[in-house]
Write a protein that binds this ligand. Sequence first.
Ligand SMILES: NC(=O)c1ccc[n+]([C@@H]2O[C@H](COP(=O)([O-])OP(=O)(O)OC[C@H]3O[C@@H](n4cnc5c(N)ncnc54)[C@H](O)[C@@H]3O)[C@@H](O)[C@H]2O)c1
Length: 380
Amino acid sequence: MGSSQTLQLDIQTCKAEQLDEPLQITEGAIVLMDEASEQTKNKSVTIPPLQKNIIKRLFGERPSPEFFRSHRDSIYCAFGDMLRSFTRQLKFLNGDKVCGLGFSSKSNSGDGRLEGKVALITGGASGIGKATAHEFIREGARVVIADINKQLGEQAIEELGSQAHFVHCNVELESQVVEAVDFAVAKHSKLDIMYNNAGIAGSPLPSSIADVNLDEFDRVMRVNVRGTMAGIKHAARFMVPKKSGSILCTASISGIMGGLGPHPYTVSKFALPGIVKSVAAELCQQGVRINCISPCPIPTPLVIGQLAGFYPSAKEDWLMKMIQGLGELKGTVCEEIDIARAAVYLASDEAKYVTGHNLVVDGGFTCFKQLGFPRPDQVE
Ligand SMILES: NC(=O)c1ccc[n+]([C@@H]2O[C@H](COP(=O)([O-])OP(=O)(O)OC[C@H]3O[C@@H](n4cnc5c(N)ncnc54)[C@H](O)[C@@H]3O)[C@@H](O)[C@H]2O)c1
């Protein structure tokens, strides 16, 4: 193996520099540049489909410097994943040289808030769970992703690097949750953080209560509620004897107000803060904390998939914009990383006295409802 080198990404110019061969990130490809001649070497690697959205947002819409500033951390997050997954190909392109990955910015080297901790994240192969795995690792944790989707799970750990492992798990089946928890403990000899995040949205079409399909209701409850209970139950097996641990669950703003989703999903998400309170009552006697996070809509595959069923002719870009347009907090949008950071806080010792809490990350969405008063000139 050759000497280890560092790739440094400059988000202002979109250039990732390697020691002697600068890389230029262009739409659809990373191209190796020959610095002296300024000619490309006709070598490129294709950007994986997972990163297409961020690339589109970066390059497709000719973003302003303001865009870079306000999305700085998500861009680091996306490019960090992307570059990590390119390491092997870059090794190949560069002959015997090995490319390491590094960032000069503080924002990509965490502060060690989860140093030495071991986390298990269900539904960690995609969306919020995957972004959280990334943040946990950035903060010094080792992560096991437990997911029903083997292909996405394996892809995720390849991108996340050596601090991530994958275990196949359908949270509907208690035996598989047991196996996932046992796998994490066997691998790392302990479990500090259990994030019960796996969830499904259920049918894309919100049906009337008169038409609700009870089999569908059972399925959503099995994944979102029973799966979470199973995760809590089996994490507690290891945490209680140690008298420490942090359990997290992903609830939703659909569990705070009615009418934001189909009945089965809404009911399932209302159950989660209840579970958290009930379990906190017992586990605080044992020194174990449990909290949940309630996100507002984020265009993850779960939400895009659900809305694509509702708007079959809509393009993904349109759906993304529509979802992001639902937010109330002006000047920004809710992204996976916002939930990941809430999870880092709750999982870390900074939240050492926080338990039984529902951390709502919704930009104020559930804080108010406006009265639709007519304007004075509309009085009849
Ligand atoms: N995206 C949002 O707008 C939003 C808002 C509020 C709450 N949530 C919640 O966040 C959580 C994560 O969703 P996301 O938006 O990241 O979606 P996502 O589809 O990107 O990720 C969900 C992950 O869960 C996995 N999964 C599904 N069923 C499973 C099962 N039975 N066992 C194990 N893994 C399973 C999927 O394979 C996937 O990797 C869910 O609980 C969801 O309800 C999402």
